[in-house]
Design a protein around this ligand. Structure first.
Ligand SMILES: [Zn+2]
Ligand SMILES: [Zn+2]
Length: 262
């Protein structure tokens, strides 16, 4: 049995929970330690059961609460060597907090964790494939300008994926953002659009994925219903039926649901 909850998702802060009955991991800690702690307790998860925080990259919406949370609960951090260096350079960690560089598959407590490269405008961003003790597998891939074969390979066969569906291209183009920011988001090191995300989903469902969580949804350039509809339409066009072949969810900026058990 595995547990998953996108506690916080989007540019206002990211923090995902992945756990078993006895222990858990966080992916990113982008809101205050107080809010992370409260979100865990609301789901009756003891923060003391968190074995590590895996960081995808050093942007503030992924590390805002990291320093305080890891200090308070004496939790180690795992990140790519580039991200570890970026965290140290920007004083994002207490000197006493361990930051372990992760380059390949590692055992962290009862979890088997594999990082994989993502295309984003930072030092060395990554996504994670996490295998739980009962062989349930979770894939996390957000903050990527383009889907790459590396990312596909690592999401392949995961029971549950948390994948970026950041913006609707037309809403972004016609929206309020300044032109350079629009260009950055649309670039190969920006964020994944609804359309680009949706295109990946049929093959992933055929690979065995039954639960899809659309994450890092932009508040300004997207609507949760639009992300949802775009994904469902692409899956339907490939003959895949919601709630029979797969379960689809959108991640809210702040989750108000219990964790998913699968
Ligand atoms: Zn982000
Ligand atoms: Zn980012």
């Amino acid at each position: 049995m595995a547990r998953f909850c996108p506690l916080f998702s989007g540019s206002s802060g990211n923090c995902l929970y992945v756990g078993s009955a006895t222990a858990g991991l966080l992916v990113d800690a982008g809101v205050s330690a107080r809010r992370i702690e409260r979100a865990l307790w609301e789901r009756e998860i003891d923060p003391g059961s968190i074995r590590a925080v895996l960081i995808t990259h050093e942007h503030t919406d992924h590390i805002g609460g990291l320093r305080v949370f890891c200090k308070k609960f004496r939790i180690p951090v795992y990140a790519t060597p580039g991200t570890c260096a970026a965290l140290r350079d920007s004083n994002a960690l207490e000197p006493t907090t361990m930051c372990f560089p992760i380059t390949d598959t590692m055992q962290i407590g009862e979890f088997t964790v594999t990082p994989f490269c993502t295309s984003h405008d930072c030092r060395e961003s990554c996504g994670y494939r996490i295998v739980l003790p009962d062989d349930r597998c979770v894939g996390v891939a957000t903050d990527l300008g383009v889907m790459t074969q590396t990312v596909r390979d690592h999401l392949w066969g995961c029971d549950l994926i948390h994948i970026e569906s950041n913006h609707d291209i037309r809403m972004l183009e016609n929206g309020p953002y300044p032109y350079p920011l629009k260009r950055r988001i649309l670039s190969a090191v920006g964020h994944l659009s609804n359309e680009a995300c949706a295109r990946e989903l049929p093959a992933l469902v055929r690979s065995g994925t039954t639960r899809i969580v659309l994450g890092h949804i932009s508040r300004e350039n997207n609507l949760p219903d639009l992300a949802y509809a775009t994904a469902r339409a692409e899956l339907a066009a490939c003959g895949l039926t919601e709630n029979i072949d797969y379960v689809l969810q959108t991640a809210a900026p702040e989750c108000d649901r219990p964790y998913t058990v699968f």
